[in-house]
Structures are given as structure tokens and as C-alpha cells.
Write a protein that binds this ligand. Structure first.
Ligand SMILES: [Zn+2]
Length: 251
């Protein structure tokens, strides 16, 4: 197995691309964020300062520790909800990238308990068969619904468990991936899967979800730099106007 080795500059460039893709694909707007575990220090992660993802450049990327605090002298304002990322990286050592967003199509499934969000389309298989719903009110009562400290972040990470995505009641979702491309892909297809399921419910009758065997078959042999995965990343990056920033690691 060839391990892809990237310089920190390339990693930061990939994170900029991820920000722009998520904005272009309507996963994030002025709010929402994407992070990557630091390649050289697993106790740190990289995320933009408090700025809309569409506007993120390499200079906006800051390095935080697993308490969500800046490493070194950082005076710029940070995302209020950076604790989502810190807590998931702390809880899940295998996770390399995290997205938090408020994508509208996912919201009904965090509010109504009649229908669980599960994969119904092939590209939705990446969200996994179980998508838990986290309700901040369960342990924290009346809040502004934002995850603004480690205690809340850890509670969310606990609800996420070993799954890929957790919905956040009345707020959005958090997704966790083993690579940046994986978490971006998951976060792009999550709202689309949600939209397809919502529309199917409107048509009525029995819903045919993807079976566990189908989900497993889709996920088998996944590689972040396979031709098929790269094809999507390259497409999205170009759509987002940052195709010139692409670097494809070996492997
Ligand atoms: Zn949020």
C-alpha cells in the first residue's frame, strides 16, 4: 500500500478547496466549516478562522488543539463552533476530517421523529446505515443551539459514536471522514439523499432504503485517490473556481 505524502502547503491548499466546494455545492453558506487533522501532529487540527467558507484562502487557516484552542499566537476571531471538530478528533483517532453545516435539506430529519434519515440513493450510501440525531436540549436544556464548548462537543461526539454522520436537532449536521475528500463527498451527498427521501415520502407508499449489503458493497474498496473519487473532487474543485489549486498525491 502506498501512503500518500503531502506537504503541509498542499494539505492547506486541499482544505481551501474543500471550503470552496462545500460553499459552491450549497452545503455551507456564511456559516458551516470543514477541518483536517494536522498531518504532523494528531493532537492538532487545521480549520479556517471565522470567515465564510467561500472566501477562505490559505492565510485564513489556523491550527487548533483538541480543546479547540489556538496553537501559538492567534489573535483573529475563531469559529464559535470549533469544539465540534475538536471533540470528534479527540474521540475518534481514525478520523482525519470533519464537516459541520446547516444544509437545509437535512433539517426536517432532525426535527420530525417519524422518519429516520438513511441511505436511499447510491451516492447516499457513504453516510452509513445509521445516522443518529443529537439534541443539545437533552443534556444542556435551553441553549442558543450552538456547540460553544468542549462539554457540548463531546456530547455530540458521543452521540455520533462510530457513525459517519450525526444530525443536530433544529441546527444541522456533523460528518466525520477518514480523508478530506471522503468527508466532503459525504457532506455533498447527504443533503441530496435527504431531498430524495423527502420527495419519495411525498409520493407515498413504502420507502425502499438501500440494504446493508448494498451499503457495504458501495463502501468496499474505497480509496480517496481512486480515479472515480478523484473525478468528483476535480469536478467540484473546477466548478468552485479553484481547479488551479489541485494537487493529486501519489497512490
Ligand atoms: Zn452550527
Amino acid at each position: 500500500m502506498i501512503i500518500a505524502v503531502s506537504s503541509l502547503d498542499n494539505i492547506i491548499r486541499d482544505l481551501v478547496i474543500a471550503n470552496r466546494i462545500l460553499a459552491k455545492e450549497d452545503v455551507v453558506d456564511a456559516y458551516g466549516h470543514v477541518s483536517m487533522r494536522h498531518p504532523d501532529n494528531s493532537n492538532h487540527f487545521l480549520i479556517a478562522r471565522s470567515v465564510a467558507p467561500e472566501l477562505v484562502t490559505a492565510d485564513d487557516i489556523v491550527e487548533l488543539d483538541l480543546d479547540g484552542q489556538p496553537v501559538g499566537d492567534e489573535k483573529r476571531t475563531l469559529y464559535l463552533e470549533r469544539f465540534i471538530h475538536a471533540a470528534i478528533f479527540e474521540t475518534r483517532p481514525e478520523i482525519m476530517a470533519v464537516v459541520h453545516a446547516h444544509a437545509e435539506d437535512t433539517l426536517p430529519f432532525g426535527i420530525a421523529d417519524a422518519t429516520r434519515l438513511r441511505p436511499v440513493i447510491h451516492s447516499g450510501s457513504f453516510i452509513g446505515s445509521e445516522v443518529p440525531v443529537w439534541d443539545i436540549a437533552d443534556n444542556f436544556g435551553d441553549t442558543n443551539l450552538l456547540v460553544t464548548n468542549m462539554e457540548q462537543g463531546r456530547d455530540l461526539a458521543k452521540c455520533l459514536g462510530g457513525n459517519n454522520v450525526a444530525l443536530m436537532r433544529g441546527h444541522g449536521f456533523a460528518s466525520a471522514g477518514r480523508s478530506l475528500i471522503e468527508v466532503v463527498r459525504m457532506s455533498v451527498y447527504l443533503p441530496r439523499n435527504a431531498r430524495a427521501l423527502l420527495r419519495a415520502k411525498q409520493l407515498g407508499g413504502r420507502i425502499k432504503y438501500l440494504s446493508q449489503g448494498e451499503i457495504d458493497a458501495r463502501n468496499r474498496g474505497y480509496s480517496p485517490y481512486s480515479t472515480e473519487t478523484w473525478r468528483a473532487w476535480e469536478y467540484w474543485a473546477n466548478r468552485a473556481g479553484c481547479g488551479h489549486l489541485l494537487t493529486r498525491p501519489e497512490g
